[in-house]
Design a protein around this ligand. Structure first.
Ligand code: NDP
Length: 270
């Protein structure tokens, strides 16, 4: 496993297990058990995924100690708008059967995010969260926090993959000491047959998904691949035994179309 070190010296495993669209009852417990058995120690959930209980079940069955896990959840938009961040955080803890989070994020930059960020800072200062951050924030949202004189987030989790490499946002975050996490790191599995990926995969005796994940790691992104398929859960973790050369990286960089799969944070209404 590779780790990144956040500005506050917290270590974060660079491959995390994403669980968006993983059903709480029928999928989450088994998928989490499989992931933890494979070696993942970082799980990325959110209140809105409605599977925090299922994740907790999987963790309990796995026998992995809480202190060996990096657990992330997120404050949903309604709670941000309604000024309900602290209660939403406590509710997530309860569903996750834990008394702290390793990382808590504001899910989207909806109205009220500056006040919500103040609440997260207080929880962080009380020691209830090891690291705090935001998700889907653009440069101008991050600037708003700065202008309010508030702590710079430790993390920004955004849509990021070879088709949408977001160079300006990444430069901004690097300058500010904000670690980037990539959501939909595998482009939701939709574009893995692009020749650049399959050719590089063949050269290294790996799969296209593994090549894309390796590109993330070598670019310094924490990546959060999601799968409920046991062989893919394992495949997505077998990425620490090879590396890409400059030629491979350039070929993957050339795949960029700058098109999003998900919504633009400036246009959301949910
Ligand atoms: P991913 O890029 O991780 O792709 C997941 C899809 O790809 C699934 O359909 C999965 O299928 C398939 N897949 C997984 N592994 C492979 C593989 N090795 N080969 C081929 N196909 C594969 O997309 P997500 O959108 O799920 O994003 C990942 C995580 O990022 C989420 O689970 C969530 O934790 C986070 N996220 C955060 C957001 C935010 O707003 N902060 C928004 C979106 C995601 P199957 O499961 O059937 O195996």
């Amino acid at each position: 496993m590779q780790y990144a070190t956040l500005r506050n010296n917290v270590q974060i495993p660079m491959v995390g297990f994403g669980v968006w669209q993983v059903d709480n009852d029928t999928e989450a417990p088994a998928a989490v058990v499989e992931a933890l058995k494979t070696g993942y120690r970082h799980i990325d959930t959110a209140a809105i995924y409605k599977n925090e209980e299922g994740v907790a079940k999987g963790i309990a069955v796995s026998g992995v100690k809480r202190s060996d896990l990096f657990l992330t959840s997120k404050i949903w938009n309604d709670d941000i708008r309604e000024g309900n961040t602290k209660q939403a955080f406590e509710d997530s803890l309860k569903r996750l059967e834990t008394d702290y989070l390793d990382l808590c994020l504001l899910h989207w930059p909806v109205e009220g995010f500056v006040e919500a960020w103040k609440d997260l800072i207080e929880l962080y200062e009380e020691g209830k969260i090891k690291a705090i951050g935001v998700s889907n924030f653009k440069e101008h949202h991050l600037e708003e926090l700065k202008e309010a004189g508030l702590m710079v987030p430790l993390i920004n989790q955004v849509e990021l993959h070879p088709q949408l490499p977001q160079p300006d946002l990444l430069d901004y975050c690097q300058d500010e000491g904000i670690q980037i996490e990539a959501w939909s790191p595998l482009m939701q599995g939709k574009f893995l047959d692009i020749p650049a990926f399959t050719e590089i995969a063949e050269k290294h005796g790996k799969t296209a998904a593994q090549v894309v994940l390796r590109w993330h790691l070598e670019s310094g992104h924490v990546a959060l691949p999601k799968s409920v398929t046991p062989h893919r859960i394992r495949e997505n973790f077998e990425v620490f035994d090879f590396s890409l050369d400059a030629d491979d990286m350039a070929k993957i960089d050339a795949v960029a179309t700058h098109e999003r799969i998900g919504p633009d944070p400036d246009e959301i209404d949910f």
